[in-house]
Design a protein around this ligand. Structure first.
Ligand SMILES: [Fe+2]
Length: 238
């Protein structure tokens, strides 16, 4: 698609959310105010242990690697977080919600200052990403970094470089070093991540939620939207 048109579409989506928030804003839901919610010890060990096979690699000589979680296992996770979806994600994103990504994301023993290891936003407008920590590490592992409140800023980007915020200071950002069973929700339109300086291996279940419609990034009635959902093997939530 013509980048200018794509930008136009993303602009519409940002305005749509701005107007929607005037009605749906809720001080109990920190996605609106901070763009981030943390739950500690949300999952029991026994459930996470059943998904441990997705974290196993021959070696861990990489900065990060991911494996697609089966649809059956993803639906088991979705069931466990149903209350969170209903109370936090749906009010924040709106109706016509899909889970568009479901991976086990494993961080290996290589450091990195590239790509997603720079402070950035995901250049897809408002989406909610969930990380669920499935194991502990004896070594120091890479925390989740988030610039709270940055999800509320209207953003314009024409190039990839405009989505990177390399000068964001680590100390300005909220840092969360999750432990097994912890869960974080955050809006990927906010500035997140930072340079990976740790070599400890750890894994998280990564889920992405996005809503579809004419006023948003993609409509599930358009050819482009349908193709995207098919490519992601998206799971319809509501
Ligand atoms: Fe990202």
């Amino acid at each position: 698609m013509n980048p200018a048109l794509l930008l136009g579409r993303i602009q519409i989506s940002q305005y749509s959310y701005y107007l929607r928030d005037l009605i749906h804003k809720n001080s109990q839901n920190k996605l609106f105010s901070e763009g981030l919610i943390i739950y500690q010890r949300f999952f029991e060990d026994s459930f996470l242990n059943e998904l441990n096979h997705y974290t196993v690699f021959d070696d861990y000589n990489f900065s990060s690697a991911r494996k697609v979680i089966s649809e059956t296992d993803t639906k088991r996770v979705l069931l466990k977080i149903n209350k969170v979806i209903e109370e936090k994600i749906k009010p924040y994103l709106g109706k016509n919600l899909y889970c568009t990504e479901y991976h086990m994301l494993t961080l290996g023993n290589k450091t990195s200052t590239d790509g997603s290891y720079q402070p950035h936003h995901d250049y897809k407008g408002r989406r909610v990403k969930i990380f669920i920590w499935v194991n502990n590490s004896k070594e120091k592992t890479h925390p989740l970094y988030y610039l709270q409140g940055s999800q509320k800023k209207l953003k314009i980007w024409n190039t990839y470089e405009q989505t990177r915020f390399k000068n964001t200071l680590e100390d300005e950002m909220f840092k969360f070093s999750g432990k097994k069973g912890d869960m974080a929700l955050f809006d990927t339109h906010g500035i997140h991540s930072h340079f990976k300086k740790t070599t400890g291996v750890r894994s998280v279940i990564k889920l992405v939620f996005e809503n579809f419609g004419f006023n948003y990034r993609l409509s599930d009635r358009s050819l482009k939207g349908k193709e995207y959902l098919k490519k992601c093997k998206a799971i319809k939530i509501d």
